[in-house]
Design a protein around this ligand. Structure first.
Ligand code: F6P
Length: 472
């Protein structure tokens, strides 16, 4: 029976070492939920890093057995591999380049070598599991070389690849010393998916300029095979957020927060700590709002949740300091005994607490400098049971291509951001409801389950077409 193997850098389960031994916690991420309908079925499998460094073989075996029971197979990585492949090439070379922060990118040969070696390690792990008929779906920028490595070993296999971050203009890609190897790596897949048509167009242009390959009607012809490319905007598990928002636990949190905030109006911002998210720019804009519209002082608070991330990478640590300083300065300037301008949390929160914040917030500020999609925007929408609330969304997030009823802003234009916050705070209720209702219909329909189905169907169709052409 053919199976589907999902491959990503991280597994959807996080294994942690505690005083009481190892713990296995399911990841709450959107990808894990969306692909749950695939990898949990039958003998299907998810292959990836379990998130910790193993001490010895018995521990490795224990983790392997536990994960196997839940249709997962671990790829164990060493501390050096995480330093050079994950923190190094993935997050200090590819991540800044693909998000238009080339000035932050480093180009270390040793990081590249580790990236190749870890992609090979993943390749061996997949080949140890995959039968000739199995479908393999590779995810994201940490594994750009894997499709080609798999293709060499399994010329006939059905291989899909999805990029979860932006694909930038070829002018940025061409800066990378290893650009051709990376593009060829991706082209090992039969189907390559992006969040938007814009990213897809950039990819086609890179492939044509740098590899000299022609691309027409969503198809790239390589000397040996043709590869399909398409846009698949990723969605969320809408019902999960809508149900969490309606739960008694969420209502209890809302009552508690309302009492503590004494009916202060809330602007909400939720992100992983990352320079791509525009967190510092957002803080400066909030500062300007309080300057330009003093009537909001004492009336509106910015609730800002920053989820710790990649803290071993230098730029992330610097950004953390910048945010701490900005929050400290703004709060000390405007705070009164009864009012805090910014309520800043540096941690992650459980779903019901998040849902309470989504429901209470009158405005959500989703203003990244660059973002592949941004699912927080969609989670905010799904949680708005009364359709009241305004989404301010960066035009440089993939989600902006779908959510045209948000207030779309250019995140570097602080003036525009200030005016958008003011406009959101005074927006009549009927306009809020009209915009939110339209966005809810879209986010509900194009959810993570339809996203998964669409990609898998398209991959199956691509294989059938290849087969028909080969036998004609
Ligand atoms: O947005 C790309 C992505 O890899 C997501 O898939 C993931 O949730 C996020 O970045 C954080 O990734 P990590 O903590 O594994 O570096």
């Amino acid at each position: 029976m053919p199976r589907t193997l999902i491959v990503s850098n991280r597994l959807p389960t996080k294994v942690q070492r505690t005083d009481d031994g190892l713990t296995f916690q399911p990841s709450e991420g959107g990808l894990a939920t969306g692909l749950g309908s695939i990898y949990r079925q039958g003998d299907n499998l998810w292959i990836g890093w379990p998130g910790l460094f193993v001490h010895d073989e018995p521990e490795e075996e224990h983790i392997r057995t536990q994960l196997k029971a839940d249709n997962m197979a671990p790829v164990f990585l060493t501390e050096n591999e995480i330093r050079d492949y994950y923190e190094g090439f993935s997050n200090s070379t590819l991540w800044p380049t693909f998000h238009y922060f080339s000035e932050l990118a480093t180009y270390e040969q040793s990081h590249w070598e580790a990236y190749v070696a870890v992609n090979e390690k993943f390749c061996a792990a997949v080949l140890a599991q995959a039968g000739p008929e199995d479908t393999i779906w590779v995810h994201d920028y940490q594994l750009l070389l894997l499709p080609e490595m798999l293709r060499k070993a399994r010329p006939e296999a059905a291989i899909g690849f999805f990029l979860h971050i932006p694909f930038p203009s070829q002018e940025l890609i061409r800066v990378l010393p290893w650009r051709n190897e990376l593009l060829r790596g991706m082209l090992g897949a039969d189907l390559i998916g992006f969040h938007t048509f814009g990213y897809l167009r950039h990819f086609l242009s890179a492939v044509s300029h740098l590899l000299g390959l022609s691309a027409q009607n969503g198809q790239i012809d390589t000397p040996t095979r043709s590869v399909r490319v398409d846009a698949f905007p990723m969605g969320i598990d809408y019902e999960r957020y809508a149900q969490a928002a309606a739960s008694a636990a969420t209502r209890a949190h809302m009552d508690e927060y309302k009492e503590a905030l004494r009916d202060t109006r809330i602007i909400l911002s939720i992100d992983r700590l990352d320079y791509t998210k525009g967190i510092a720019q957002r803080l400066r804009a909030f500062d300007s709002l309080l300057q330009r519209y003093p009537e909001w002082r004492g009336q509106v608070s910015l609730v800002m949740l920053v989820v710790p991330s990649r803290d071993q990478v230098a730029q992330y640590a610097t950004l953390k300091e910048e945010i701490d300083n900005l929050v400290g300065r703004i709060n000390s300037q405007y705070r009164t005994i009864g009012w805090n301008p910014i309520l800043y949390f540096y941690r992650s929160l459980p779903l019901e607490e998040l849902a309470a914040l989504y429901r209470l917030a009158e405005v959500a500020l989703v203003t990244p400098m660059r973002d592949g999609m941004n699912l927080v925007a969609k989670e905010f929408i799904a949680s708005k049971l009364d359709q009241r609330g305004v989404l301010i969304l960066s035009e440089r997030a993939g989600a902006a291509r779908e959510l045209s009823d948000a207030l779309l802003i250019n995140p570097t234009d602080i003036n525009q951001l200030v005016e958008a916050m003011h406009e959101a705070l005074v927006m009549p209720e009927d306009e809020q409801i009209a915009r939110m209702t339209a966005m809810q219909a879209l986010v509900k329909r194009y959810n993570v389950f339809s996203w998964t189905k669409l990609f898998m169907n398209q991959l199956a169709y691509t294989k059938i077409k290849q087969h028909t052409l080969a036998t004609e």
